[in-house]
Design a protein around this ligand. Sequence first.
Ligand SMILES: NC(=O)c1ccc[n+]([C@@H]2O[C@H](COP(=O)([O-])OP(=O)(O)OC[C@H]3O[C@@H](n4cnc5c(N)ncnc54)[C@H](O)[C@@H]3O)[C@@H](O)[C@H]2O)c1
Length: 333
Amino acid sequence: MAVLVTGGAGYIGSHAARVLQRAGQKVLIYDNLSTGYEFLTQGFELLRGDIGDRTRLMPALKRVQAVMHFAAHCYVGESVQNPRKYFSNNVESPLALLNACVDAGISRFVFSSTCAVYGVPAKVPITEDTPRLPVNPYGVSKMFFERALEAYNQAYGLRYASLRYFNAAGADESGETGECHDPESHLIPLALAAAAGAGPPLQIFGTDYPTPDGTCIRDYVHVNDLAEAHVKALQHLDGGGDCLAANLGTGDGYSVMEVVAMVEKITGKKVPRQIVGRRPGDPPALVADPALAHERLQWNARRSLSDIVSTAWQWWQRKPANLSCQPSPVSNA
Ligand SMILES: NC(=O)c1ccc[n+]([C@@H]2O[C@H](COP(=O)([O-])OP(=O)(O)OC[C@H]3O[C@@H](n4cnc5c(N)ncnc54)[C@H](O)[C@@H]3O)[C@@H](O)[C@H]2O)c1
């Protein structure tokens, strides 16, 4: 099968492209390089274009049977400050992509959704029937697109899997690709940068949460485990399986302090840190119940927090020196 990977020059898409290719699929990457990097697409055909550009998309879609849609803007805080940018790139342009898919006869579509669609859930671990009540425009934009997929399935028969990632982290074991958001807002690369002396002290946002050590708990899932779930979702749709929305997480939560301790263990270096106040809208704990992905896709996250930090550290040491890892003033997805 040939698959169009939108956003394949970015962090998660570049991993999915590799895992798809290793599974024997033909991959075309479609990316406007707004936050992605051409060097991450080495070994793939890169079609440079915007997902809102129907003229550029149609010939690309004629060459594939399925689409994996990763392209989006992903900074939660920025989405609050500039919702227009987010509704344009995460809703308006993806609708143009979806319409082009229907017109090109694409019947399988895998979408990068997020646990941000749940907002601040009443209970943890989070199951898929938890109400979708996003608390920022980024989460709303992802929920909107999930709903569009549901409507397009009913009306036009487009078959989809919406995969709700928890905290993507780690890097491909080959060392070919890894995380390089600019600016960076994710805990692990910022902790590695601080440990390496290449970034400011790690800011820890709040130590007074109702958690065992007072810091926020998140479910960190290795990016290649995520990528493998995409391949399984595609196989599921290909085999006639029902459309679905599934959480992708490990089911285990780690606090900020536990992650920092793991970074210190793997790197053998101290993480300089600074305790600051809570960030508005940060729930104390977000942990997936991944049972549905296990039952419907036969998927499990196989890699541990130690694997995540080890591969991220390997990437950190190998990545091009000109890629900075400067902290973002806003939080990421
Ligand atoms: N990183 C996470 O922890 C996380 C968590 C949940 C969901 N997600 C979702 O996963 C997806 C990928 O995230 P990422 O961390 O790899 O981000 P990223 O910024 O590294 O990758 C996004 C890619 O999409 C491209 N792109 C953006 N807008 C485009 C457009 N209009 N046309 C064509 N290409 C465009 C960018 O150039 C980039 O290569 C996003 O949809 C994001 O919302 C990420």
